[in-house]
Design a protein around this ligand. Structure first.
Ligand SMILES: Cc1ncc(COP(=O)(O)O)c(C=O)c1O
Length: 485
């Protein structure tokens, strides 16, 4: 459950009146997409298990406990008085005369109406609603959107009752960057999967971290490996990681969905070895199985999960609509970072997001359509790849947008991708993109989100011939003798 944080408390106490006015204004048109599909909304947004379980060995973290996780930089952040005033202005009544705010007057803005047509309806912003959507807002996000997202997270994940809060970010990548800034100091160890989304590596790189890459199989990260690696570090007195970054659904690049049992095991290891989990889940709505897998947030009895949600893959990537759900003491510090970095994420995008989230039925209907759209493409590429299946090991992904292929008989796919494939008109991503260091790599990631159906067969034929040529070249390459230096 969400309990207001330090700054959230101020919001609650002081801002009710103005919040209410704006909430009404900004959710007045809930019909962004007419319901084309009949969806059981509650089932569709169910990312929790009925079998809640609390391991009594582990206590919830208290506010002072979080101090040990904060980076030195984050601990130095302080609130900006002007930002506090902006938050206040959203909370006090209209009768308050203000000589304080540095806000521009909306009357000088050139816009009078914004109509955003969807495939079957439209979002209209005008008058006060448009003015509010074009104005500065508190760093945490548009108050009405924060309220709506809290309700959405509560319904969808049913997180155990702890003080949690939400920060609207400028895309999921921004959330990743924020979490890294919050938790990582130079040289810190950080847990990821062996191959991980490029964006975590680019965010971490300047911190020269020690990446502890844990191997995966078709069910995602292997908890036994994680346990043994961390146990060994503990025995050897090595610095222990404070943060794990993990993509539970349709991992980028490997396409895996971590099973419920493994999620519980990994969560238990977080409690046992005392680290926080950054759960990056932008593919949660693109799970093609009938399995409902509880999120890490839904299992978070101790306040160890920072959950990142993003609408980039299913609503619009350019809108940058995303949010972090985290224990309040962590969220408070993230919000200080936001003050320094952006003031706040784009208000207009948040006003649009609010329309989308407040109508759950239309949203579920749209998301179901998106899932079916990608599922058909996944199946089509899988069929096209069938001729390769006897020689190249890969799984049909259960979620997300990617096939992950190992190319046997080729030590390193780099040249194949950047020379042969490009020359023959095929663009590929080599597995190197998902490693934190330079090393030979046998993997390729294939994305099925945008390729035309009619191009799939020819793409696979080209891929197959490139692979055969590369395998032949590798066979013909003179082998070094053991006696050579
Ligand atoms: C796992 C993962 N996290 C985050 C992102 C970034 O998404 P956003 O557009 O929300 O910043 C991506 C984009 O590919 C991704 O695959």
């Amino acid at each position: 459950m969400f309990v207001t944080s330090k700054f959230g408390k101020v919001n609650a106490e002081m801002g009710r009146r103005l919040f209410e006015i704006r909430t009404v204004a900004l959710v007045s048109q809930k019909q962004f997409i007419s319901s084309q599909k009949d969806v059981n909304v509650e089932e569709f947004f169910k990312f929790y298990s009925e079998n809640s379980f609390h391991d009594d060995r582990y206590k919830p973290l208290s506010e002072p406990d979080y101090e040990r996780f904060f980076s030195k930089r984050s601990l130095l952040r302080e609130p900006a008085v002007t930002r506090q005033i902006t938050s206040l202005s959203y909370k006090v009544g209209k009768e308050m005369i203000s000589l304080a705010e540095g806000m521009p007057n909306e009357q000088v803005f050139p816009f009078t109406r914004l109509t955003l047509d969807t495939k079957s309806s439209s979002i209209k912003l005008e008058g006060k609603e448009l003015a509010a959507a074009l104005q500065y807002i508190p760093s945490q996000g548009l108050p009405a959107l924060i309220t709506e997202l809290k309700a959405f997270q509560n319904e969808s994940h049913r997180p155990p009752e702890l003080p949690r809060d939400i920060l609207v970010t400028n895309g999921g990548q921004h959330g990743i960057y924020q979490c890294v800034d919050l938790l990582v100091d130079v040289g810190d160890p950080v847990i990821t999967t062996e191959y991980a989304y490029t964006g975590i590596h680019t965010a971490l790189k300047p911190y020269k971290p020690e990446i502890i890459g844990i191997s995966e199989d078709k069910d995602g990260m292997i908890p036994e490996t994680l346990d043994s690696v961390l146990g060994e570090r503990l025995r050897r007195g090595l610095k222990m990681p404070k943060m794990m970054y993990i993509i539970p659904t349709g991992s980028n690049p490997t396409g895996t969905v971590i099973t419920e049992e493994r999620r519980r095991q990994i969560y238990e290891l977080a409690c046992r070895y005392d680290f926080l989990i950054v759960e990056d889940d932008p593919y949660i709505f693109l799970n093609y199985t009938e399995r409902q897998t509880p999120s890490f947030l839904s299992l978070d009895t101790c306040g160890r999960v920072l959950r990142l949600d993003s609408f980039s893959k299913v609503v619009s990537s350019g809108l940058r609509g995303a949010w972090i759900t985290a224990p309040s003491p962590l969220l408070y510090r993230l919000q200080l970072h936001m003050q320094a970095e952006l003031l706040h994420s784009c208000t207009l995008a948040q006003a649009i997001l609010l329309h989308l989230v407040s109508c759950r039925k239309s949203l579920a209907s749209h998301l179901l359509g998106a899932r079916e759209f990608y599922s058909r493409r996944r199946d089509a590429l899988h069929t096209a790849l069938a001729p390769l299946a006897s020689t190249i090991p890969f799984h049909k992904p259960d979620a997300g947008l990617f096939f992950w292929l190992r190319v046997p008989g080729v030590d390193d796919v780099y040249n194949m991708v950047f020379h042969t494939a490009l020359q023959r008109g095929l663009m590929l991503i080599p597995g190197h993109a998902f490693l934190p260091y330079n090393a030979p790599c046998q993997y390729l990631r294939l994305t099925f989100s945008k390729i035309k159906y009619e191009d799939m067969d020819s793409a696979v034929r080209t891929l197959s011939s490139i692979i055969k040529d590369e395998q032949q070249r590798t066979l013909e390459k003179p082998k070094r003798l053991a006696t050579e230096g």
